[in-house]
Design a protein around this ligand. Structure first.
Ligand SMILES: CC(C)(COP(=O)(O)OP(=O)(O)OC[C@H]1O[C@@H](n2cnc3c(N)ncnc32)[C@H](O)[C@@H]1OP(=O)(O)O)[C@@H](O)C(=O)NCCC(=O)NCCS
Length: 170
C-alpha cells in the first residue's frame, strides 16, 4: 500500500471470497448490465479464476477478473470507478493480470473488447495486445448490437516486465 495524494500508483491486492459484494458494486459502476454477486461468486469459484482489486488509500477504485487454465488466460472484466479513470489504475491491473497469468503458466492472454470502447482499446494497445479476431454483434446494447474485437497478448517472463508490472500478487 502507498501513501496517496491522488497521483501515486494505486495499491493492488488479490480478491478474496469476502469481496463479492464489493466487486458487484464496482462492476455496476462500470457496466450496464452489471454482473450480480451470484455471477461473480460462481466465476471466482471456477477453476483457474483470479481477481485483483485496485485501491487508493483505503478506498477500492477498480477491479479485474480473469481466468488462467491449461496454458491460456483471459481477462473477463475490468473496471475503474469513473472518477478514478486516467490515473493509471487500469494499466496497473492489466500489468498485474499479465504477471499473474504468466506465473500461472499461461503463454497467451485473451480478451474481448467492444469496437466502440476506445479507452479500453487504447489501454490494451499500449499493454501489447493485438487483434486476432472479431465477434460480430457480440454485445447487445440499447442502440443495437456492437461487435467485439478479440485481442491476444503473448506471455513470457519478459512480457510481464514489458507491461510495467511492479507488484507481485499471490
Ligand atoms: C478502460 C478502463 C478500464 C481504463 O482504465 P483507466 O484506469 O482509466 O486507464 P489508465 O489510466 O491506466 O490508462 C492507461 C492508458 O490507456 C489509454 N486510455 C485510457 N483511457 C483512455 C481514454 N479515455 N481515451 C484514450 N486513451 C485512454 C491511454 O493510453 C492511457 O495511458 P495515458 O493516460 O498515459 O495516455 C476504464 O476507462 C473503464 O473502467 N471503463 C469502463 C469499463 C470498461 O470499458 N472496461 C473494459 C472492458 S474490455
Amino acid at each position: 500500500m502507498t501513501q496517496d495524494d491522488g497521483t501515486a500508483s494505486p495499491s493492488l491486492r488479490p480478491v478474496s471470497p469476502f469481496d463479492v459484494a464489493l466487486l458487484a458494486e464496482l462492476h455496476a459502476r462500470s457496466f450496464d448490465p452489471a454482473w450480480g454477486p451470484g455471477e461473480i461468486a460462481s466465476l471466482l469459484a471456477s477453476p483457474g479464476s483470479f481477481g485483483l482489486l485496485a485501491g487508493r488509500g483505503a478506498a477500492p477504485i477498480g477491479f479485474l477478473l480473469g481466468r488462467a487454465v491449461a496454458g491460456e488466460a483471459e481477462i473477463l472484466s475490468l473496471g475503474i470507478l469513473p472518477e478514478e479513470r486516467r490515473r493509471g489504475a487500469g494499466r496497473a491491473l492489466v500489468a498485474a493480470a499479465i504477471d499473474h497469468a504468466t506465473r500461472a503458466g499461461a503463454t497467451r492472454l485473451f480478451l474481448e473488447v467492444a469496437d466502440d470502447n476506445l479507452a479500453a482499446r487504447a489501454l490494451y494497445d499500449t499493454a501489447g495486445f493485438r487483434r486476432v479476431g472479431r465477434r460480430v454483434g457480440y454485445y447487445r446494447r440499447a442502440g443495437g448490437p456492437v461487435s467485439a474485437q478479440v485481442l491476444e497478448r503473448a506471455l513470457s517472463g519478459s512480457g510481464a516486465a514489458d507491461a510495467g508490472s511492479s507488484e507481485r500478487l499471490a
